[in-house]
Ligand binder design. Structure first.
Ligand code: GRF
Length: 203
């Protein structure tokens, strides 16, 4: 399967995907990497790996809809089977997402439905939860609200600050991303009409 990856920043999840493809743990190909910050490290990592990378600046477009349309036209041009949002930090409009329903996923650093949105680690600490983690979910127009595919959990330790907790979560994000992509790329999980299926059977 061909993957398109969307990223805004550091790109450690992208790197985990590239490393897994490189050593044969994931049977897929990254066809393009896209983002809203042309200088993002994620785009650099892609270029270093010989993968087409494209950064579009939202302020170069008249509206969010125009930006989304240009972004998704660029994505469609690499003909992905699956779009992976890996640290892409902007809202995607419903019109852009709609044609890709069931073929666009996002990694979010919380145990959804808890802590949708930003600053999840600080908010988890403030709430005093004992467990935190990351979720891989289908993207829908409902921000961080699409069906969850898989989650990874970590314990919150006494004395954690947001950075310590973020690092512990990031360490499980990469294997979570990989395990989920292995399932999806093998065709073992599908989203159809909001039903999640495993091996072609409804759960
Ligand atoms: C990850 O924590 C991801 O869950 C979040 O943004 C971070 C991206 O990290 N939404 P990276 O760019 O993959 O290193």
């Amino acid at each position: 399967p061909r993957l398109a990856v969307l990223a805004s920043g550091r790109g450690s999840n992208l790197q985990a995907i590239l490393d897994a493809i490189g050593d044969g743990r994931l049977d897929a190909r990254v066809a393009g990497v896209f983002g809203d910050r042309p200088k993002a490290l994620a785009l650099e990592r892609a270029r270093d790996a010989g993968i087409p990378a494209r950064g579009l600046r939202p302020r170069d477009f008249a509206s969010r809809q125009d930006y989304d349309a240009a972004l998704f036209a660029a994505i469609a041009a690499v003909e992905p089977d699956l779009i992976v949002c890996a640290g892409y930090m902007r809202l995607l409009g419903a019109a852009a997402i709609e044609p890709w329903q069931g073929r666009i996923i996002n990694i979010h650093p919380s145990l959804l439905p808890a802590f949708k949105g930003l600053d999840t680690h600080a908010r988890a600490l403030e709430a005093g939860v004992a467990e935190h983690g990351a979720s891989l979910h289908y993207v829908t127009a409902d921000l961080d609200g699409g069906p969850v595919i898989a989650q990874a959990r970590v314990a919150v330790h006494h004395g954690d600050d947001a950075d310590a907790l973020a690092a512990r979560v990031l360490a499980v994000e990469h294997p979570l991303m990989l395990a989920t992509l292995q399932l999806l790329c093998a065709g073992r999980v599908n989203l159809r009409d909001t039903r999640v299926e495993l091996d072609g059977q409804p759960l």
